[in-house]
Design a binder for this molecule. Structure first.
Ligand code: C5P
Length: 209
């Protein structure tokens, strides 16, 4: 039986992560949140006191990344996401991480990869491509509510501003900018529950199985 690759792209806080985990669980597929590979590279640089703007140094760290050691909780901090989006503009860093992501994508019986460039660059041959979006207001609101739910303080206006800055950086970069693949299915989750988004995805995946 052939392996199946499902590519899920979209901007920060659109619901890709939750949807990807749900799909991976339902089909028994391996899941890789590729944002964590950029985050882990950025964190390793920060921890070692190394600069975020030296491409050769960042490439060296990216080449040594261990996909087995990615911990979402440790990597979720806001400043790590910011640093990740800065090193993600460097072609040598992207080349190193894309190589590791492609190698992961071949695992059996199938894989779900989520990020910004999975359907366009990492796995253009993916059987199903989803481009998950939601309005910037809705994404900022979800981020805000997640932080409040953890019992922490959150400032909606600051989060909203951050969401827009991150979008600009991810969509505006020259190498692998965030955009839907031509054959991607658009899924706007602004007014959709996770379950409704999963059912929409399931229909597409079952048709491709
Ligand atoms: O999705 P997440 O917020 O964890 O990603 C952090 C940053 O890593 C993004 O803002 C983006 O700049 C970068 N990234 C990327 N390509 C991917 C996944 C993440 O450039 N496939």
């Amino acid at each position: 039986e052939a392996r199946m690759i499902i590519a899920i792209d979209g901007p920060a806080a659109a619901g890709k992560g939750t949807l990807s985990r749900r799909i991976a669980e339902a089909y028994g597929f391996h899941h890789l949140d590729t944002g964590l590979t950029y985050r882990a590279t950025a964190k390793a640089l920060l921890d070692a006191g190394l600069p975020l703007d030296d491409e050769a140094i960042a490439e060296g760290v990216a080449l040594n990344l261990d996909l087995g050691g990615l911990d979402r909780d440790v990597l979720s901090a806001h400043h790590i996401g910011e640093a990740a989006s800065k090193i993600a503009v460097m072609p040598a860093v992207r080349r190193a991480l894309v190589e590791a992501q492609r190698s992961f994508s071949t695992r059996l019986p199938g894989t779900v990869l989520d990020g910004r460039d999975i359907g366009t660059v990492v796995c253009p041959q993916a059987a199903v491509k989803l481009y998950v979006t939601a309005s910037p207001e809705v994404r900022a609101r979800r981020r805000h509510d997640e932080i409040i739910a953890k019992g922490l303080d959150a400032d909606f206006d600051a989060i909203f501003a951050d969401v827009k800055i991150r979008d600009e950086r991810d969509m505006g970069r020259a190498d692998s900018p965030l955009k839907p693949a031509e054959d991607a299915h658009l899924l706007d989750t602004s007014e959709m529950s996770i379950e409704a988004a999963f059912l929409a995805a399931k229909t597409l995946i079952d048709a491709a199985l």
